[in-house]
Design a protein around this ligand. Sequence first.
Ligand SMILES: [Zn+2]
Length: 256
Amino acid sequence: MKIVLTFDIERDIPGVFNSYFGVKFGLLKILKILDEFKIKATFFCTGDIIERFPEYVKLIERKDHEIACHGLNHERLKRLNFNECRQTIYQNKELLENCCQHSDIIGFRAPYLKPPSYLFKILANLGFKYDSSISSPKNLKKYQAIDAQIYEFPPSKYNIYFRIPLNLKFFSKRVFNKELVIIYFHPWEAIDMKALIFNQTNLFNKSKNLIFRPDRWVNTGDKFIQRLRNFIKEGFSKQVEFGTLKDLINNEKTPS
Ligand SMILES: [Zn+2]
């Protein structure tokens, strides 16, 4: 079986925070783990990250991971019209291409996993080869061609089980019996989000997040890193092949 680890490189929980602690302090920890196991992953980067942290984006490229696009400022694309949406994705791709001149940028993931209906047309027009935004609860489909030019690689929703207060086995059980699973993480998961939420000055948001959104902070920070390490180890023991989405496109064959 194949597993593609993907990371959405964006600010700390867009829509909740405007800080970048995840990229500043979590990303390197994630890269270290991937190095440790010699596996490659796909990193979807927003434009604000490329502008603020070009050295980190270049580092991802230098380590031979795949870099791809994730919007300019993590905007809700459905709120934009066709031309605005095209312009946003065009600028995101331009920024990434200028930052990372050795990479072919062929992948896109819509912020909030909410693609507008005309997304595929725009992606094909801008030279992308795949999208990974249409989240499938069970990942039953391996992947599918949307039209002659664009593939859809559905990201799994299982990633939420990675963080909620449950044993990692709950997650593993659902993942390790599929042909292909695309998992998505964020750099903020690798930092202590409980501290960040606790430091929020807005009491309403603080209580709401602490009480009702355990997925935003439980098992983040060192616990996330430990769980990621254990998960990859278990994958190796089950002969899982870890790779990038670009590998799937390049191989152009059904994973087995
Ligand atoms: Zn995102």
